[in-house]
Design a protein around this ligand. Sequence first.
Ligand code: NAD
Length: 391
Amino acid sequence: MVIKPKIRGFICTNAHPNGCAALVEQQINYVTKQSYSEGPKNVLVLGCSTGYGLASRIVSAFGYGANTLGVCFEKPPTERKTATAGWYNTAAFHNAAKAKGLQAHSINGDAFSDEIKAEVIEYAKANMGKIDLVIYSLASPRRTDPVTGEVYKSTLKPVGDTYVTKTYDTDKDLVHNVELTPASDEEIANTIKVMGGEDWERWLSAMSDAGILAEGCKTTAYTYIGKELTWPIYGQATIGKAKEDLDRAAAAIIDDHKALSIQANVSSLKALVTQASSAIPVMPLYISLIYKIMKDEGTHEGCIEQISGLFNDCLYGDAPTLDEFNRYRMDGKETNDQTQAKVKAVWERVSQENFHELSDYAGYHQDFLNLFGFGVEGVDYEEDVDPLKAW
Ligand code: NAD
């Protein structure tokens, strides 16, 4: 099959196995060039197949030589339809791990469910030492509560007032104003149910009850805090309320498992193009503008640089910087006042006429294509490739 991108709005409905494999290899190459101190030995990555979770798995395995167990929710390929990108990323990760003699196992299923928790525990008990790092990197629009069976959906809406702002429609190549209506109390509560800390706590409790957590085990969940420009749609919006709940959950995890001395921290990362962020209104415009500014400043980083830094400086660093809410901060190069002043100034000026001149939309679009294994240098997109790839 010759595979060309099929873009529908903010998503691409197919993926290229060779492109995904090449990008996983690039991340592995980056990691093997860094140096890491003593770190984790047995790692569970929830949301291991794309974005920040995939980078966390690559750093754990290829930076620290850890055994990794990953959970993701991806569509396998058929004869006529490609798999999702995360499936191909996972296949490529497994090949590279095997070649290096690293233990890796992945489970494809709903991480919110009790069945997948039981499957993870069973595998870890039989095949791994006690887990000493749990990465929580799920990004999902819905969650089925395993206790009640009720399905909750998250929304991306402001909280409080209607918010009018600029946005960029990637489909129509159009900068325009959008009016975002505020969420109801129910929508806020539902978003917290999906993207808040309840499931993170349930994972740690299930693993602790099963006796598979190492003493001093570390765990972190990822957040985006951002600044004034993104607060109305992120930090102080429905998703921000869910992310605030992660702070509550981190404290609860520490408190509930005192005998194990678990270190639970939320980690704040920078805004990047991932499947999760491209779905959020305003973010494509903000990211296109901040990419240009940070690339000019020489401070731009991708998932792998952010996560490599998080492990080295924070999770396994000698003197990690924590903010007043006990969070690791890896977002300083984006959220510092100087950089934010520049993006605010450009935000004021940006219009349909000057968007391509003021932004790095080319960089945004390149990263977007890369999410699905397209636009990768050295990959032959005219080649007839077999979409069937196993893990
Ligand atoms: P992503 O979409 O690239 O990755 C999401 C992962 O979750 C994938 O591996 C997917 O398979 C998995 N997943 C989704 N639903 C699942 C389910 N029900 N069961 C099992 N696995 C499931 O997203 P990302 O941008 O890497 O986001 C990861 C975390 O990082 C999120 O919490 C996000 O809020 C946070 N974050 C993202 C950004 C950003 O700009 N992208 C910035 C800071 C923090």
